[in-house]
Structure formats: C-alpha cells, structure tokens
Design a protein around this ligand. Structure first.
Ligand code: SAM
Length: 425
C-alpha cells in the first residue's frame, strides 16, 4: 500500500490524514495548541515528557508483545501464574476490544507505512522556536490545594494592548507581562475570568505566570459550583461540550495526580442547560472499563438527555511509531475512547434529533501522549458535526488547559497554562 506523505499543511495544522479509508489521523497537540497563541509557543519538550526514549533496535511492529513490555522480574512471575479467567463483565470488554482491534491495527499500519510521517514523529519534541530553555526549579502551584487554603486568592490579568507599539515590555523578564495601564485584579476561584482581547494575556497568581490565549475564559471551581456556568439565555449556550471526568481508577499514581469522583456525581452535570438552542455535540472521554462504558450508555447519556452518535478512539504511540504498550494487555490498552452524542438544545422541538448530521463512526486519532491523562485536542476533527453557529461556542469540562475562543472549567483549568509549558515566540 502506497502511503501518503505528510501534507505540507501538517506544519500549520498539526493534523495529518492518511489517504486510505481507515479514518486514521495523526495529531501533534503542540502544533494544534500553538494556533491558540500569538506571542507564545507551547514548548514541545515540556508537552512531551514521555515516550521519546528510543533504545536501539526497538521493534516497530504493530503488536508489541506483552513480554516485551514487562520488566524481567515480572516476566518470570508471569510464567508461573496463568491469568485468572475473565468474569462476565471482562468478557464483554474483551468482545468490544476484539471488535475494534482490526480498526486500530489498520490505522497503526497506515502510520507505520508512512516513513515521512515516522521521521516527523521523531522530531516532535525538538524545541524549534530558537528560545532559551527555562529552568523551573519552583514547585508548580496546586490549585486544588489553594482552593482550600486561600479561597479568596486573586489573579492579576495583564491584558494585551491593542496597539503593539504602546506595550511596555520588560525585556529582562523571560515571560514579559504586557503592561497594560490597568491590570485586572479578580477572584481566581468561583469567578469567570476572561481574556476578551485578540491577543495573549498573562495572568499572575502568587508570583507564577499563566498564559491566557485570546478570547478564552476560565472558571476555576469545584463541581459543586458548576451550575454557575449555566447561561441566563440558551442562545448563549454551547455547541461543543468536551467532558473528561475524573473517573475513579484503581491506580494509586492517578490518585496522587488529581482527585477522582464516583460515577453518580457526573449525573448532575447540567448538560441540557449548557446546550445552545441549536443543540450541542457532546464528546466524552472514557476509559476501557466495561462498568464505565455501560454506565455511560445506560445512565449518564440518558440523564444528560444526550443521544449516542459515534465512538472515536485515541491510539497512543511512541516517538518511534510503536504502540505505547501491548494491544492485548487487558488492563493497559494503548488506547482510550471518546464517545460522541448529541444534546438537542431546544427540547420543545421534537424533530431536533433527526436534524443532526450522522457522525462517521470509528475514527482513530493517533498521537504521542503528553503528561499523565492529558488528552489530545480533538475539536478540529469534530467541526463537521458541531450543530449551530460558526464559529461554534465551545466549552471543556474538567479542563486543565485553555484554548482560544473556548471556556474552560474545572478545579485546575490553569494547570498547563503555567509559563513553564511555554516559550516566547
Ligand atoms: N482533560 C484534561 C487534560 O487533558 O489534561 C484532564 C482532565 S482529568 C481526567 C480530570 C480533572 O478533573 C482533573 O484536573 C481533576 O483535578 C478535576 N477534578 C477532580 N475532581 C473535581 C471536582 N470535584 N470539581 C472539579 N474538577 C475536578
């Protein structure tokens, strides 16, 4: 099969579609996110802290065997012990996996056959902006702890000026805050903080700086305050609602990264009230646990009034193109799932569901994962299906970053906006 060269637009868009009909796409989140900024670049070396080690002779096959994944000690133990038989739920999960497996392998094959794209992958972590690397010895603030300790914490938003030549920039500062005449001092928590300008702003909290892209907003709060986001008028609701909940997970590592919540808490997320009158596409990230998949299908989407539309997959690869883990390792699949559905908006209009465009199922989005649990930006791949306005009104729930033009909500939406993740353009 002849593979397609990375399109010249990949450099700009960060997205490469493969030329077969496998719905496969490769995404470089750094390039995609950079489109949100005028004066800053997302630093590739801080975006990609993992998966760039390339020991010599590492296999580039689609199926990395389980034994190749295991440290030596474990391999011995595994030899002695047969894995216990799958219970009923695990069997359903396994069936789902067997169904999607050929699609994922086909997508991965498209990547492996595209040598030009593989060459590009190896370079994605190179900081090419010509900027000096910054050392960040200071500990990054935990907004989850600050919300408890300093509930009245303030953020100083240094707005950009519209006349660039009037900006007063301190050239000795690595991250010059554009000194506008009147920085805005606002409550950091339980408050909508907006950069309504057409340029990046720099926010300051306790001597740390956060880059706020043009026309983006954040609302930093606990789930208990999420109803404050409901617009007074449904015309100001959202057309795209991306949700990445803190699902409970056995992993102690996850527990140390952010708090999780039992499933029932997510039933009360006011998706209906956040939806624009024209309707919304809802994109929900889920893990591969069968309990979770059936909760979403049978309880969560019905409670939100969302009708199922399609399933996309995020297949995680290393910089050398191989999968991050064995495709068939039961509890550590190298992919995650994005479930899409439509929220009808104007509920009085019964024909609303049928007016939405059917979503082409089974897209496979490939990328090299960033930090723990950080999802690739997916909005570009959904544009065709978002109902209503153009440009659409977009919100991310449980966000850890900001995007130009979007509202980001969660208990730490500024996490990846810390200046340590950026470099000056
Ligand atoms: N989408 C994010 C990304 O790509 O980086 C990851 C989101 S992570 C799966 C879930 C987020 O929900 C974490 O930032 C976590 O701190 C936040 N969270 C946990 N409990 C919360 C709560 N009670 N209220 C608001 N946010 C919460």
């Amino acid at each position: 099969v002849e593979s397609q060269k990375p399109s010249s637009s990949f450099n700009e868009s960060g997205i490469h579609f493969f030329n077969d009909d496998s719905n496969a796409v490769f995404v470089d989140p750094v390039r995609v996110l950079n489109r949100s900024y005028n004066r800053f670049n997302v630093s590739p070396s801080t975006y990609y802290p993992r998966f760039f080690e390339s020991p010599r002779n590492e296999p580039l096959s689609t199926t990395v065997t389980a034994s190749e994944q295991q440290p030596k000690r474990k391999r011995k133990r595994n030899k002695k012990k047969e894995p216990p038989p799958l219970n009923a739920r695990e069997q359903i999960a396994n069936r789902r996996h067997q169904e999607v497996r050929p699609l994922l392998l086909k997508a991965h094959e498209s990547l492996l056959q595209c040598t030009e794209m593989l060459d590009v992958l190896r370079t994605l972590r190179n900081d090419s902006c010509g900027c000096s690397k910054r050392e960040h010895e200071s500990v990054q603030h935990s907004f989850i702890e600050l919300a408890q300790e300093v509930p009245l914490l303030e953020v100083t938003l240094n707005m950009p000026q519209h006349e660039p030549h009037q900006q007063l920039i301190d050239v000795n500062d690595d991250f010059p805050s554009v000194q506008c005449c009147e920085p805005r001092v606002l409550p950091a928590f339980n408050n909508l903080v907006a950069n309504d300008a057409k340029d990046d702003a720099v926010a300051e909290i306790l001597n740390s700086q956060y880059i706020v892209p043009r026309q983006s907003c954040f609302y930093m709060s606990d789930l208990g305050q999420i109803r404050n986001l409901i617009p007074a008028n449904a015309d100001s609701g959202f057309n795209l609602i991306v949700v990445d909940p803190p699902w409970e997970n056995a992993s102690a590592y996850q527990k140390s990264r952010y708090p999780t919540l039992p499933n029932r808490y997510f039933l009360s997320i006011p998706i209906k009230q956040l939806t624009h009158t024209d309707g919304a596409l809802v994109a929900l990230w889920v893990t591969n646990r069968e309990k979770l998949r059936s909760f979403v299908e049978n309880e969560l989407f019905p409670a939100w009034g969302v009708c199922y539309a399609a399933t996309f997959y995020w297949l995680k690869v290393k910089a050398n193109g191989s999968l991050i883990g064995d495709m068939d390792l039961f509890h550590h699949r190298p992919y995650e799932t994005l479930i899409l559905g439509y929220s009808p908006g104007n509920v009085n209009n019964s024909s609303n569901h049928s007016k939405f465009k059917p979503v082409k199922d089974d897209h496979v989005i490939m990328s090299i994962p960033g930090d723990y649990s950080r999802k690739p930006p997916i909005a570009d791949l959904l544009l065709d299906y978002i109902p209503g306005l153009n440009p659409p009104r977009c919100i991310e729930l449980f966000a850890r970053e900001l995007i130009a033009g979007w509202v980001s909500w969660g208990n730490e939406p500024l996490h990846f906006q810390d200046s340590r993740y950026f470099a000056k353009r």
